[in-house]
Write a protein that binds this ligand. Structure first.
Ligand code: DMJ
Length: 450
């Protein structure tokens, strides 16, 4: 009964994020400019010490690559942020680098999910923003090389694939890696007219949903050959998180009614079984997918995307409550830990890898409510970032949020997401029309141009 009420509730809210007139805090333009300068500070380190590689290590000032050859992760991920920030000179130079150097004809084995959200998403967004056909050709070449991942008895994708040989690896996947592909593959289908891309990624999403438990939840690990769950832990963290995000966003981007129905059923199940109140704050616990029984009271940097998704999908009341919990997590430690136990504030994983999700949620909440309290929150997050993670050459992850010891790494999502959502939070809101633009999970803006 409770779940049925929650389905009706989700249906009533769809698309009701106000996205209207919004106030801005005093000094918003200066803050947006400051974020842009910090982006440039980090980008300059990449240009100086790692140009042409996947990324730069900010402390040792050395380049890094994920594979034997570069896939230009940082330039492809950073481009849409530069464009939004109006960094025309840097954007042009980056476009030139990508178009002259990026090749997928490499004998390297890549993680399908990461390459799809960062590279495929980045290339499609670059095509839409510049109109340069070569970006679409690159995206199509990559998409074609990735397609064999879906060749499994269930249609659920393999985790790894060799870009040259098409050889796939790893037969156990999870909802996030199998279900966070349709925005990119679907957009590629619409822009190239090759429907197979849509069909394969959509099937993976449907196959996951089909295997939900009797109470409507999914687990965190699944065998792609048998379709059997290999872990029944159900939650909103890594391994599951963006599966839910794509159920909703695929409806927004493609108008796919099946995605809408899967979203409504899923969010109703989450709202029925996961909420857990501790000392006045609401969290979403880790539960068993079959019984709904609580197994862990854990929240963290990845889970922090959820209030943003709630706001975007119209559930402002819950979104505001959940963002308060996010803010508690950040403020309690001075900066957020990767994971902590909210029943006693003890740390589970103590690093902070420059994650964007809490800023992303602040952005959606600001846009959907018009309340400047979310800009104030973002301002505090930006201040902590500068205080603890800034180095003379870009930003460094933290090894430990208690000691604030830095780690020699700056992931490409820092450029794609963390800096983008902070910038958009302070920039004039009309810069993005959320009724038209859908951000993929790596914050690459995509539009329904077809
Ligand atoms: C990004 O690559 C994406 O946002 C993904 O969905 C989750 N992890 C990182 C950022 O934290």
């Amino acid at each position: 009964m409770r779940i049925f009420r929650n389905i009706l509730f989700a249906a009533a809210l769809l698309l009701s994020c106000a996205i209207g007139q919004t106030q801005r805090i005093a000094g918003a333009d200066a803050l947006a400019n400051d974020v842009k300068n910090e982006f440039l500070h980090s980008w300059n380190a990449y240009e100086k010490y790692a140009w042409g590689s996947d990324g730069v290590r900010p402390i040792s000032k050395t380049p890094y690559n994920w594979h034997a050859s570069t896939l230009l992760l940082t330039p492809v991920d950073a481009l849409s942020t530069m464009q939004l920030m109006g960094l025309t000179k840097e954007a042009k130079k980056t476009e030139k680098l990508i178009l002259s150097k990026l090749s997928f004809d490499r004998d390297i084995t890549v993680k399908n999910f990461e390459i799809t959200i960062r590279i495929l998403g980045g290339l499609l967004s670059a095509y839409q923003s510049t109109g340069e056909k070569k970006f679409l050709l690159l995206a199509d070449d990559l998409g074609g090389r990735l397609l064999p991942v879906f060749d499994s008895p269930t249609g659920l994708p393999h985790v790894y694939i060799n870009l040259k040989t098409g050889k796939t690896e790893t037969d156990t996947t999870n909802p996030a890696e199998a279900g966070t592909l349709l925005i990119e593959f679907g957009t590629l289908a619409k822009l190239t007219g090759k429907e197979i891309y849509y069909a394969k990624a959509k099937r993976a999403l449907v196959e996951l949903h089909k295997r939900r438990s009797k109470i409507g939840l999914v687990g965190q690990s699944i065998d792609i050959n048998t379709g059997e769950w290999t872990s029944s832990a159900s939650h909103l963290g890594g391994l599951i998180d963006s599966y839910y995000e794509y159920l909703y966003k695929c409806w927004r981007l493609f108008g796919d009614e099946e995605c809408k129905a899967m979203w409504m059923e899923s969010i109703a199940a989450l709202n029925t079984y996961l909420p857990d109140t501790v000392n006045g704050n609401i969290w979403y616990a880790r539960v068993d997918m079959n019984t709904g029984e609580k197994i862990r009271q854990r929240w963290g940097g990845l889970e922090a995307f959820f209030p943003g998704l709630l706001a975007y999908s119209g559930d402002i009341r819950r979104a505001e409550q959940m963002q308060k919990s996010n803010d508690y997590m950040w403020t309690h430690f001075g900066i957020e830990p990767e994971a902590f136990n909210y029943s006693n504030d003890s740390i589970v994983y103590n690093g902070y890898p420059l994650r964007p999700e809490i800023m992303e949620s602040a952005y959606y909440l600001y846009r959907c409510t018009g309340d400047t309290v979310y800009q104030q929150m973002g301002k505090r997050y930006f201040e902590s970032l500068k205080k603890y993670c800034r180095t003379p050459n870009g930003y460094a992850e933290l090894d430990d949020v208690i000691t604030k010891k830095q780690r020699d790494m700056m992931e490409s999502f820092f450029f794609a997401e963390t800096m983008k959502y902070l910038y958009l939070l302070f920039a004039p809101p009309e810069m993005i029309d959320l009724n038209v633009t859908v951000f993929n999970t790596e914050a690459h803006p995509l539009k329904r141009t077809w």
